[in-house]
Design a protein around this ligand. Structure first.
Ligand code: 5AD
Ligand code: SF4
Length: 361
């Protein structure tokens, strides 16, 4: 089928998605990106919403094979920001009119950690007059824990599935990491009332274009509200690195796949929030702007203090680790300007899809 015909279809089939993922011609790719941007402009507006990202601890009990801060990587200096430091960052976000923040860390589910997070959520709500939106990205937890954090005021949760294919998921994780539990977590969050975000890594060893298309179909079938997916980027001190044959080839391909995935997802799920993820910028200095041009509408500026940024390296070449949050603010505003989007300050920026989903119930 002609590309134009596919781009204008109401319902894309799996074969259509595969055809789009296989596009390589420069002009064809531009048509895909332009169409995705047009859909974003129509359904969301030419807008970008910010979530200030606070990566508050790199302590992690898990051992994901691809991740630079996995438990067994003993080269990493472990840190956990103090409550005071985290609140200071949240206050900065509030004062700079970022509508919401994301609290992210390595995974822990011990009582002390859960209570630490309880307290932070409560205090952030207090210091911001209940105005700052709080998204959590704290991994797998029990349903009770998800519920108590929700009750305290967190309203969105991000948990990536990494791959919707169980075998691939298993290839990326040690045996005690359970794919089924991940799926349950997503279902539990939805039941509780969170806006649910998930995502995958794009282009890790062993993954094919067909697998990626099935990931897109997974988001659609699970009626996901927000997606944050990024290219897989090698980290030297991890087991997955050994499966990468040629890192240069991988980088070029994964940037290309990453942008295509964003654009195709925008065609498939027109009103959801799609993040322009930092991993894109690790592969190209303007990778995130390219994603905004291809249909993404969310940026997550890191607002963690400079002194902690170097130790939160999930992959190599992570950008902005020498900057301070205020530097990022100006730099990002200029970057978003080049795309032609407007930054929306002071709003939570919930996905229109979420409201449609709960109203249809
Ligand atoms: N490359 C890209 N993304 C990675 N993540 C972890 N390690 C890597 C890597 N090497 C992503 C995972 C995880 C999120 C916090 O970071 O998708 O869910
Ligand atoms: Fe821990 Fe997340 Fe890294 Fe896995 S991806 S090792 S859970 S920080």
């Amino acid at each position: 089928m002609e590309l134009e015909a596919i781009l204008n279809k109401d319902k894309l089939t799996r074969d259509d998605l595969i055809d789009l993922m296989n596009l390589e011609d420069k002009e064809d790719l531009q048509k895909l990106y332009d169409k995705a941007y047009e859909v974003k402009a129509e359904y969301i507006g030419q807008k970008v919403y910010y979530r200030g990202l606070i990566e508050f601890s790199n302590v992690c009990v898990k051992n994901c094979n691809y991740c630079g801060i996995r438990k067994d990587n003993h080269k990493v200096d472990r840190f956990t920001m103090t409550e005071e430091e985290i609140l200071d960052r949240a206050k900065w976000a509030y004062e700079n009119n970022y509508g919401s923040i994301v609290l992210q860390s390595g995974e822990r589910s011990d009582k002390e950690f859960i209570e630490f997070v309880d307290n932070i959520i409560k205090k952030i709500k207090e210091l911001s007059n209940d105005e700052l939106g709080i998204t959590l990205s704290l991994g797998e937890q029990s349903k009770e824990t998800y519920q108590r954090w929700y009750d305290l005021g967190a309203h969105r949760y991000l948990l990536r599935i990494e791959s919707s294919n169980q075998e691939l998921y298993n290839s990326l994780h040690p045996d005690d990491h359970d794919f089924k539990r991940r799926l349950e977590c997503l279902a539990e969050m939805k039941e509780i009332g969170y806006q649910v975000g998930t995502g995958v890594m794009i282009g890790f060893p062993g993954q094919t274009i067909e697998n990626l298309v099935d990931d897109l179909i997974f988001f659609k079938e699970n009626d996901i509200d927000m997606v944050g997916m990024g290219p897989y980027v090698l980290h030297e001190d991890t087991p997955t690195a050994k499966d990468v044959e040629d890192n240069k080839v991988l980088k070029t391909r994964n940037l290309n796949w990453g942008l295509k995935m964003v654009a195709i997802l925008r065609l498939l799920m027109k009103d959801i929030n799609i993040a322009a993820t930092t991993a894109l910028q690790a592969l190209n200095p303007v990778g995130r702007e390219m994603a905004l041009k291809a249909g993404a509408n969310i940026l997550m500026p890191i607002i963690t203090h400079r002194k902690y940024r170097t130790e939160y390296q999930l992959y190599e070449n992570k950008p902005c680790i020498d900057e301070e949050a205020s530097d990022c603010k100006n730099c990002l505003a200029a970057r978003v300007g080049t795309v032609g989007d407007e930054i929306v300050y002071g709003e939570w920026g919930d996905s229109p899809h979420y409201f449609k989903r709960i109203n249809e119930k």
